[in-house]
Write a protein of this length. Sequence first.
Length: 234
Amino acid sequence: MTMMQQHTTPAGEVPVRRRWIACEQCDLLQHEVELPSRADARCVRCDAVMYRGSRARLDTMIALALGCAIMFLVTNLFPIATLSTQGITVSTTLIGSAQMLLQQERPVVAVLMFVTTILVPALELSALLYMLLPLRFGRVPPGLSSAFRMLLAAHPWGMLEVFLLGLLVTLVKLSELASIVPGIAFWSFCGVIVLFSWLSTSFSTRDLWRWVDDAQLAQQSQEQTRSGAPEAMQ
Ligand SMILES: [Zn+2]
């Protein structure tokens, strides 16, 4: 649990930020300090680890999320693989694979594939960018907590790695029967998985609330500057 106390300052000055954090083991309130990356802060009373030094930077997270979103678009727009056998060439996209499963009367597999490979990653990336981009410009987006809750609920259902594994097994098996050329979407799909894993391991709830605190302080500071400006002119 983190609390933030803000002391009133004259108009135009940046408010002084004082964060307090409660130990999860013994509830002792302690003043939070900035830690170097990978360092631990321990409770002075019970020695429990209270928090770790921040690893993520907002700009890095936005760059990763944007890169991931662009690669995800490429993955969905272009063919994932092209199969050629006996003069017949077939290529399909990610959404095309789900449609083919539906046509082959496998609705449950088609829906599962659509939800875990397309819908959930799309929702996760949209929620991330919706939260992070305004924070970068010192604004807290409306409904941030709902977007974050949705992100946490959706995350376990994203199964891009499972799909890639299944795809690789299928391609290797089919390579005995047909000539297979991986499409641009296949390589961007691999890129999405790498960037998504990087995003997931770097992103933490604690960092998000720190960025929210910073944005709120920046907003309050701007409001104070605006309300102070007419007084100064009088
Ligand atoms: Zn403690």
